[in-house]
Design a protein around this ligand. Sequence first.
Ligand code: CUA
Length: 318
Amino acid sequence: MACPVPILAAGSVLRVFEPDSPQARAIFNLGVICAVILGVIYVVVGGLIVFALMRFRWREGAPDPRQVAGNKRIEIVWTAIPFVIVVALFVLTARTMTIADPPPPPQPDLVVVGHQWWWEFRYPKTGVITANEIHIPLGKPMALRLDAADVLHEFWVPELTRKMTAVPGHPNHIWLEADEPGTYLGICSEFCGTQHAWMHFLVVAEPQEDFDAWTRAQLQPAAAPEGEAAKGLALFQQLSCVSCHAIKGTRANARVAPDLTHLASRQMLGAGIVDNTPENLHRWIADPQKVKPGVLMPDFNLTDEQVNELVAYFETLK
Ligand code: CUA
């Protein structure tokens, strides 16, 4: 069933009706069953109301209808039917929860931290730290722990898993899995401030070997740059970039803003607001407020030359 809602991030689309994991499929199937049951109730009840309106409407000169006070048999029937329906929905929901929401293991595979307005992702078992883009191995359920740095956010990858709120100081749990290789779009689905709408992230599902290769690459520190890029690194360390960002292999290790160690390997900038191209990166550094108004990164009033040096450096961070 194709129902693409065009919310763009690196060419991705939010597909709510195309589940691609056991968890999302269980939720989708439950949704379909509920919609069918509720649809039948709607048609039956609505039909009876329309029937009663037509059949028993007041007519000129007609006598009063037969007066009835209570009917035990009918009352039992219309209590029993909803009871059976509610029990059936309860059983179906409980069954879905065992598939979509089994208890979490003691150690998560991935820690997700929602920030205004980007996502921090940490793999505690390997030490990978990234932002706005996660990779997962195909067919393996990943246990996620959700946290938030400031306000409530909500993690949602409709094709892969259910929604879960990220609450500051109260970790929540969710499972994330994909059957098919591909890039899935995730969004923040809890209003969290000015740029809530641009708090997208990508989930790249790939075979285990590719995931392992990605993990190894992400664990590498940034290589020492040369030429213009070296000037960029010097500038990066001189300016106040280091008060917020981290780049492994340099003295920058702040955790307020996204880790930039492998910035150039990511598909988008500003949590999905633009694709990650050198031109967009240039626009972003030159004036982040113009690209994403309200973003917590200030405009540093850099000269064009300084921006070029920084872009040259960031483009080496593969
Ligand atoms: Cu974060 Cu909405």
